[in-house]
Design a protein around this ligand. Structure first.
Ligand SMILES: [Fe+2]
Length: 356
C-alpha cells in the first residue's frame, strides 16, 4: 500500500472509532483503552499540597469566630483546614478532614452522632470536657481523644479560658463509599451512663476486665492523656535507638488488639532530639502533624518542587501521599500526627520508601 493509502486508512479508522465512542456513550459505556493511563497511573497523582497553618497567625481569626457565632448555633464552631490544592473541598489531605474547634467558657456543643469517626487533639485551654458514649472526660493540652463512628458525643466547658482542639475525621473516606449519616440527640446533653475514668480504669493499665469481651473496631480507651504518652517517650530516649526517619515514634493502639486505636485513622506521638536531621521518608499515607513542643522544619519534595516549612508548637502541617519528606528539629521537639495509614493497611495498599 502506498504511504498516502496508509494515511487514509488510519484516518478512516480514527473516524470510525470516534463514531463508535459516540455510539456506546449513549449506552453509558466508554473505552478503557482511551483512559487507562489516567485511570491507573504508574505512581500516585496527588492534588493535595504540602502546607502549614501558622497557629499564631490564625489564632485571632479563630477567636473572632467566638464573637460571631455560638457553639449552639454552629453545633460545632470549627474552622476547616482547607488544603490549598484541593479547591476548598473540606479536606486537609486526599482522604482526611482537619479543623480547629473553639469552645468558650459556659458553652455546650449539643449531642449528636455521625458515621465518620473523629479524633480530637487538644491544642490549648483547660476546663472543657467531652462526653463519648455516656462517659465524660476532661481535656488537657496534648490529650488525644477518640469519638468512634456513630457514638453519641457532646462537649461542654466549665473553665474560664477558650479551649481549642484539632479535629481529624475520616469524612472523605466515608463519603467515597457513600454511607454518610448524621443525627442530633433530642437533648443538648446525652445522659451519662458510665462514671468518668471508667474506660481508662478497665483498659488503660495494661489489663482488661476478666470475663468481658470487647469486639468493637475502635479502642475501648477514648482519652489518651498527654502526660502518660509524653512520659513514655522520655523514658525511651534514655536507651533506645532513634529511627533515622522518625526519631522515637509511638503509635496509639487499641489495647485489646495492638492495632490502631481507630479503625481508619492511625495516630502517633514522636520525639525528635535537638539537632535531629531525619532521613527521607516516602509513604502512601497522607499525614497531618501538629507539634506540641519545640520547633524545627520539614522539607517536602512535591514533584520538582522542594517545599521547606518551619514549624513550632501548635502549628499544623500536612504531607500528602507519596511525597518524600524529612523532619529536622532545632530543639527537642514532640509531634502528634494522624494519617490514613490504618485504612490503607487494612486495604493492603500502604507502602513506604525509607531513606533516599
Ligand atoms: Fe461530632
Amino acid at each position: 500500500m502506498s504511504e498516502a493509502g496508509s494515511v487514509n486508512q488510519q484516518s478512516n479508522l480514527r473516524g470510525a472509532r470516534e463514531e463508535y465512542y459516540d455510539q456506546i456513550a449513549e449506552y453509558d459505556l466508554s473505552p478503557l483503552w482511551e483512559v487507562n493511563k489516567r485511570l491507573v497511573t504508574p505512581e500516585p497523582v496527588i492534588e493535595a499540597k504540602p502546607h502549614l497553618w501558622d497557629y499564631d497567625a490564625i489564632r485571632a481569626s479563630l477567636m473572632r469566630s467566638g464573637e460571631l457565632i455560638t457553639t449552639k448555633e454552629a453545633q460545632r464552631r470549627v474552622l476547616i483546614l482547607e488544603n490549598p490544592g484541593l479547591d476548598h473541598s473540606h479536606r486537609i489531605t486526599e482522604s482526611l478532614f482537619g479543623g480547629l474547634q473553639l469552645i468558650m467558657p459556659g458553652e455546650i456543643a449539643p449531642a449528636h452522632r455521625h458515621s465518620p469517626a473523629a479524633l480530637r487533639f487538644i491544642m490549648e485551654g483547660e476546663g472543657a470536657y467531652t462526653a463519648v458514649s455516656g462517659e465524660r472526660s476532661y481535656m488537657k493540652p496534648g490529650d488525644f481523644i477518640i469519638t468512634p463512628a456513630w457514638a453519641w458525643h457532646n462537649h461542654g466547658h466549665e473553665g474560664d479560658e477558650p479551649v481549642v482542639w484539632l479535629d481529624g475525621l475520616d469524612i472523605p473516606m466515608v463519603a467515597a463509599f457513600g454511607p454518610l449519616f448524621f443525627e442530633m440527640y433530642p437533648d443538648d446533653v446525652a445522659p451519662a451512663s458510665v462514671p468518668p475514668g471508667d474506660s481508662l480504669a478497665r483498659y488503660g493499665a495494661n489489663m482488661r476486665p476478666v470475663g468481658q469481651g470487647w469486639s468493637k473496631l475502635e479502642s475501648p480507651i477514648f482519652n489518651y492523656p498527654y502526660d502518660r504518652s509524653r512520659e513514655a517517650l522520655e523514658q525511651l530516649r534514655r536507651d533506645s535507638d532513634w529511627d533515622p526517619c522518625c526519631g522515637l515514634k509511638l503509635q496509639y493502639v487499641n489495647p485489646t488488639t495492638g492495632g490502631s486505636a481507630m479503625p481508619t485513622i492511625a495516630t502517633f506521638l514522636q520525639l525528635l532530639p535537638k539537632d535531629f536531621k531525619g532521613e527521607s521518608w516516602r509513604t502512601t499515607e497522607g499525614i497531618v502533624y501538629s507539634p506540641t513542643e519545640g520547633s524545627g522544619r520539614v522539607i517536602v519534595q512535591n514533584g520538582d518542587e522542594t517545599v521547606t516549612m518551619d514549624w513550632k508548637e501548635k502549628d499544623i502541617f500536612c504531607v500528602p501521599c507519596w511525597m518524600p519528606h524529612r523532619l529536622e528539629a532545632y530543639e527537642d521537639a514532640v509531634l502528634f500526627s494522624f494519617s490514613d495509614r490504618a485504612a490503607q493497611e487494612k486495604l493492603g495498599i500502604w507502602r513506604e520508601i525509607r531513606g533516599a
